[in-house]
Design a protein around this ligand. Structure first.
Ligand SMILES: Cc1cc2nc3c(=O)[nH]c(=O)nc-3n(C[C@H](O)[C@H](O)[C@H](O)COP(=O)(O)O)c2cc1C
Length: 477
């Protein structure tokens, strides 16, 4: 999809969008409406009359399994994961046909490098005075410290390597030209500021095509440009246009662009913010974002989201990451069969993984692997089950864990970095993690008694009862 407008049309045609013409307040009212809609699995919403701003507000665009798949141009997220796997399959090709195919794949990858264009619609309206008050920035929850831009693509460059990064970090509006940049300690934007001489030029794009928006949330390694990944997902490279007041580029079809710099010497309290954990994240010091430029498309649409107790829109963005990145994880941890980050675990609190166990302690090896992997390393609780258990059936996983764990033997407690939003850890971003080995135990793992067999009816009797069910006169299965 070319831009947010094409996406809105697609949503409309698919019956996945409701336009709300009634006047609504960006302060709390939009949250309450959207929360009710997203908890009920409802549609994307386009509010066309928002008090205090000319811009309509799009929200909940990713808020269902169907919409996140549509957003990424697939009908099955796993299929997209398989496409990523095939592109990154680094086996040396055997034979001429395989070599030609491998070359084709490399050429395909090269075609997704972003394309520079001279003009972009995102600069149709240039504001001589940058003014955040023009935007319908939501105040999401009653205890929030102010209004927040919640779906921004924050673009900066690594001051050492020059590699671009694009991450989604909320921005708290202080006044028309000043805001707070909430890039957390483990994120690439924060690393850019740490490695800089105190100031980092930043451009913020709001309202892009959905694959590009999603890419800002994806946990890519720092040397991989999110705009290449976005090009791969949408099947054509992202067109970028040069900013006017900073040496950065932004997606040319963005609805709104903010230009400026983040200043490490100007730290101020950010928050509180009703976060995706379901709790308020308290105030903490973050660097200030000073605006030096601002532009918009004609008739711009403001894209945003709300987070809070799940399920909400961000749960589906996280699910996409889980499915798309699983094949990549398997490249370094091939014994990890499947993974589920259940919604009750709000991403960082719980990962359920399955293993095809081959040696004693294999499940514990997997826990340690998870604690060594990118942002997954922040996972507070890892549950490992055998590969014949469906990790997505949380009730079945709980049954296995409650039944199979002897805590003295099967529980591993360790310490290390935890998520910046983890409020249970005694220290900021540092705490304990636990792993539960819920697999069947072997003698080599200290199981001195025979492990019991799970109860299952014989196939012969099951087939007979299936066949004879109508004879019994019992309604139902
Ligand atoms: C809706 C939404 C809001 C987010 N807000 C923040 C935020 O305020 N700060 C932050 O550090 N990460 C936030 N994240 C998570 C990051 O976008 C995510 O970790 C991403 O991979 C960071 O990019 P990076 O690896 O390039 O730093 C948010 C994610 C979503 C989906």
């Amino acid at each position: 999809m070319r831009d947010l407008r094409e996406w809105i049309e697609r949503l409309r045609e698919a019956g996945e969008l409701v336009e709300v013409a009634a006047r609504v307040d960006p302060r709390l009212e939009i949250t309450e409406i959207t929360d009710r809609v997203s908890k009920g699995g409802g549609p994307a919403l386009l509010f066309t009359d928002v008090a205090g701003s000319e811009l309509p507000v799009l929200i909940n665009q990713f808020g269902s399994e169907r919409r996140i798949a549509m957003a990424l141009g697939t009908d099955r997220l796993d299929a997209l994961g398989e496409r990523i796997e095939s592109v990154l399959d680094l086996q040396p090709p055997q034979g001429l046909v395989a070599k030609v195919r491998a070359l084709g794949r490399l050429r395909e990858l090269a075609s997704f490098v972003p394309k520079m264009v001279r003009d972009g619609p995102c600069q149709e309206v240039w504001l001589d005075e940058p003014d955040l008050d023009r935007l319908p920035v939501l105040t999401c929850w009653p205890g929030d410290g102010g209004p927040y831009v919640t779906l921004p693509l924050v673009i900066s460059r690594d001051p050492r390597t020059g590699v671009r990064n694009c991450g989604m970090y909320r921005i708290q509006k202080l006044d028309g030209r000043t805001a707070m940049m909430h890039w957390q300690i483990h994120k690439d934007g924060a690393a850019h500021l740490r490695d800089s001489e105190g100031r980092v030029p930043v451009a913020v794009a709001i309202g892009t095509d959905p694959a590009t928006t999603y890419s800002a949330t994806a946990p890519l390694p720092p040397h991989l440009d999110e705009m290449i990944f976005a090009g791969f997902l949408r099947g054509r490279s992202v067109e970028m246009v040069r900013c006017r007041t900073v040496d950065l580029e932004v997606p040319s079809t963005a609805e709104v662009v903010l230009e400026g710099y983040v200043d490490a010497a100007d730290l101020r309290p950010e928050g509180p913010f009703g976060d995706h954990t379901g709790f308020y994240t308290p105030m903490d010091d973050y660097p200030t974002f000073h605006l030096t430029g601002m532009s918009m498309r004609r008739d711009a649409v403001y894209a945003t989201t709300i987070v809070g107790k799940p399920p909400m829109e961000d749960f589906f963005l996280g699910k996409a990451t889980e499915r798309l990145f699983l094949p990549l994880i398997r490249m370094t941890v091939p014994d990890l069969v499947d993974m589920n980050l259940p919604l009750e675990g709000v991403f960082h609190n719980c990962a359920i993984v399955s293993v095809r166990k081959r040696y004693p302690g294999h499940a514990k090896k997997l826990m340690n692997a998870v604690w060594g992997l990118g942002l997954l390393s922040l996972t507070r609780c890892v549950v490992v089950v055998d590969d014949d258990v469906d990790v997505h059936d949380v009730s079945e996983v709980a049954f296995q864990a409650f039944s199979n764990v002897d805590v003295g033997r099967d529980m591993l407690v360790t310490q290390g970095p935890v998520d910046a939003l983890d409020h249970a850890a005694p220290y900021f971003a540092y705490g304990s993690k636990v792993g539960f080995d819920a697999t069947r135990k072997w003698p080599g793992e200290g199981q001195v008694r025979p492990w019991p067999e799970a109860i299952r009816m014989s196939d012969e009797v099951r087939a007979r009862v299936d066949r004879r069910w109508p004879d019994y006169g019992i309604p139902g299965p």
